[in-house]
Design a protein. Structure first.
Ligand code: AHR
Length: 528
């Protein structure tokens, strides 16, 4: 999908690097030239966001086990999952969906547990939705993992009034009936809502709306749904995200941005969404385990295609917003695989392999290169669903290879992009060809320089030499994630099959040499 354009762009990039005087040395060593004296955009930590939908065991079982569970928990929220997520500094969690969001009525999920309304989760398996995990539980979960709220309001089957009430319930400090209700439910202090999704895929599961109809609805919600938390006036203001990217056309983004550019009256947005899954056609059929190089190459090639999608959406947005005031929010992305054998297909359960970790690294690198426009993103999804961070089964929990990438990438949160150039080379398999190397560099707020390098080639190592202009770098130390096979996974029986290990560059004269094993991702601190 649009792979050709990505490839052409990658080749152009290599050529541009060569024109800048960057060479691949005769010994097949690739020079990675980093210029810490120059700065790109700030890499907003929100691009490392997560997504937790009421879907399968993503919430029930995966996060919420109930206060009486034998699984260790704090107020019903399982402690092993909290500890794991806390360690990766999740900036925000998109909730309650997805498609579920446009059928969610928040009042079902507040108040005494025994009185919550039970409904049917018609999008995901047709199973009962007990509403046990509601607003209070979500906010408690965020507080436990140290994250911020990204609430998607129901535009499809809800009303502006219902959504406005929800925001009043969560954020007001005025002595209103809803404020009193929140206090009676155990939280007198207002909550903060960092991000507000104005619907979800309203071109599809969110109501099959035409772009024009969606824009009119979105404006109503943007106007009436107010965050009145006094602590969020000014700098910490809630950001509103409109729906964009209709997978079949460019119409949604265009309609939303046109309305924004011609805006009259009191409404606004801060971002437009883009959803994109690696899935090689519908229904999703790429295997999660036991696959070979052909499926590996197909998936990674498609992951590189994210760049095209961003460029395409950015071009539309640039027409109306050349100053890039409105962000692109890639608030659903990841690899969507064939479901685990024997699982409910509506639960979207899948294993997670080294391939998926490499795909995550490549995708996060693309976001960072587009940090001027891509300022928010959410991998789908956090626990037990699609490309998850952790998998659980009753009391058992395992960290996935993708989790390790998120942990290794923590230093890039809120760092500043640093220009980097290298000849990426080519990895080919069958009719698929793509950049073999993928690297980004950034400087964190303490001035520390970080480098991430991915060697996509599953067979050949890559020999790199680091050339940091204007700075004597004496060491490059960090972590490396690889395994013996691209389809290597962590299971409950073998939870550490794929895990990072310490990794360093070796000194070569006045430079540092890095030998990247095949199919590997490294994140290194470059120190003087
Ligand atoms: O993440 C699974 C589903 O994919 C979401 O609910 C929906 O928004 C998307 O189509």
């Amino acid at each position: 999908m649009n792979g050709r354009t990505a490839w052409v762009r990658a080749m152009r990039r290599s050529v541009a690097f060569l024109a800048l005087g960057i060479t691949t040395m005769a010994s097949a060593q690739t020079v990675v030239k980093i210029d810490p004296g120059k700065s790109g955009s700030r890499i907003e930590r929100d691009i490392f966001g997560q997504f937790a939908e009421h879907l399968g065991t993503g919430i029930y079982g995966g996060i919420w086990v109930g206060r009486d569970s034998k699984i260790p928990n704090v107020r019903g929220i399982r402690s092993d999952v909290v500890a794991a997520l806390h360690a990766i500094h999740v900036p925000n969690v998109r909730w309650p969906g997805g498609c579920f969001a446009d059928e969610y009525h928040w009042r079902n999920g507040i108040g005494p547990a025994a009185k919550r309304t039970v409904t049917v989760n018609s999008n995901w398996g047709g199973v009962p939705e007990p509403s046990t995990f509601g607003t209070e539980e979500y906010m408690d979960f965020l507080q436990q993992i140290g994250s911020e709220a990204f609430i998607s309001v129901n535009i499809g089957s809800g009303s502006p009034e219902e959504a406005a009430d929800w925001l009043e319930y969560m954020t007001t400090t005025q002595p209103t009936s809803l404020e009193k209700q929140r206090a009676a439910n155990g939280h007198p202090a207002p909550y903060k809502v960092h991000l507000l999704g104005l619907g979800n895929e309203n071109w599809g599961c969110g109501g099959a709306m035409s772009p024009e109809h969606y824009v009119e609805q979105m404006k109503l919600f943007s106007h009436f749904v107010r965050n009145t938390n006094p602590a969020q006036k000014g700098g910490e203001q809630m950001k509103r995200i409109a729906v964009g990217w209709d997978s079949n056309s460019k119409d949604y983004t265009d309609a939303v941005m046109k309305a924004w550019a011609e805006k009259t009256g009191d409404w606004d947005i801060d971002a437009v969404s883009l959803h994109n899954y690696v899935l090689d056609g519908w229904p999703p059929h790429l295997p999660a385990t036991g696959f070979g190089e052909a499926d590996y190459a197909k998936a990674i090639k498609e992951a590189y295609g994210m760049d095209d999608k961003i460029v395409h959406q950015t071009a539309i947005m640039d027409r109306y917003d050349p100053q890039k005031k409105v962000a692109l929010s890639v608030d659903e992305w990841g690899i969507w695989l064939a479901p685990t054998a024997g699982s409910n297909p509506g639960f979207l359960q899948q294993q997670n392999s080294l391939r998926d970790a490499i795909l995550a690294a490549v995708t996060l690198n693309i976001f960072m290169r587009h940090a001027d426009r891509v300022r928010m993103a959410n991998i789908a999804q956090m626990v037990n669903v699609l490309q998850a961070m952790v998998l659980t089964d009753g009391p058992k929990m395992v960290l996935t290879p993708t989790y390790h990438i998120y942990k290794m990438y923590v230093p890039f949160q809120d760092a500043t992009f640093v220009p980097i150039s290298y000849d990426s080379g080519t990895y080919r398999y069958g009719d698929k060809s793509m950049p073999r190397l993928d690297a980004v560099a950034a400087r964190d707020s303490s001035g520390q320089l970080w480098l991430s390098v991915t060697n996509v080639d599953p067979d050949k190592p890559a020999d790199l030499v680091l050339d940091v202009s204007g700075k004597a770098i004496r060491s490059a130390d960090g972590q490396l994630l690889t395994a013996d096979r691209v389809d290597a996974v962590n299971s409950f029986a073998a939870p550490d099959n794929v895990k990072p290990r310490p990794f360093s560059a070796q000194r070569q004269g006045d430079r540092l040499r890095l030998t990247m094993p095949p199919k590997s991702v490294a994140v290194l601190a470059l120190r003087p």
